[in-house]
Design a protein around this ligand. Structure first.
Ligand code: HEM
Length: 199
């Protein structure tokens, strides 16, 4: 008995720790969406859905550090933060891809004149910059500048939020999704201020 429940626990543990399985789960919505688009020709809301998934993953990625400051070490989540960030970027690329499939040059050019879409473009530009410098060789090459560069994630997240609330017809949901990250970030800023004033 003891042995078999120990064996089951070991099996569950190996699944929970399996990085490939984690990647598979992150990729499943993308595989479904791509199959709907290219093979099944389904009526999936491709642009809003991929935008939302990217936004959710961005929120989860950005919550990990303040959450650890609040509750202590979370090694499982911490070791997966990079994957979540990469997945968020991947869904943002899909979002842009699906939008481009329905656009032409005129629509593309006019999108830069629309504030709600322009902020999406700027956020995307920042995410590209962060994604191309997220590898180990960039970390080494940029040295202390790397951390400063990574802080651009905050303005990028704010721009994403503005883009989200301005384009969605479910504003309340957008706010609800972003609220935990906003609360944690405000708490983190307040915490840093009290620490500074104590020094
Ligand atoms: C690259 C430039 C971008 C363009 C051209 C763009 C375009 C659009 C458009 C046209 C919509 C409205 C969709 C609709 O209601 O039919 C939209 C919504 C949205 N976008 Fe973007 N977007 C861009 C970047 C981003 C980025 C970087 C993110 C996230 C990281 C993002 C997340 C969202 C979200 C969450 C929505 C709202 C979905 C909903 O609930 O309706 N977008 N985007």
């Amino acid at each position: 008995m003891g042995n078999s429940s120990g064996g089951q626990q070991g099996f569950v543990r190996s699944l929970v720790d399996n990085v490939y399985l984690f990647w598979l789960i992150l990729s499943l919505p993308a595989l479904y969406i791509l199959a709907q688009f290219f093979v099944l020709h389904g009526r999936v809301p491709f642009v809003p859905l991929t935008g939302e998934i990217s936004g959710w993953l961005l929120i989860v990625t950005m919550m990990i550090t303040p959450l650890m400051l609040l509750v202590g070490p979370l090694p499982w989540l911490k070791s997966r933060r990079r994957y979540l960030g990469v997945a968020s970027f991947g869904y943002a690329c899909l979002h842009l891809f699906f939008w481009l499939t329905g656009a032409n040059l005129g629509v593309l050019l006019r999108s830069f004149e629309r504030f709600d879409i322009l902020v999406g473009w700027i956020a995307m530009g920042l995410f590209v910059l962060l994604a191309v410098t997220s590898n180990d060789s960039s970390v080494k090459a940029l040295g202390t500048k790397w951390k400063a560069l990574q802080r651009w994630i905050y303005p990028a997240a704010v721009l994403t939020f503005v883009h989200w609330v301005m384009t969605t017809d479910k504003i309340a949901w957008a706010v609800i999704y972003c609220l935990p990250l906003m609360v944690l970030s405000l708490w983190r800023i307040a915490r840093a201020r009290t620490r500074m004033s104590r020094v």
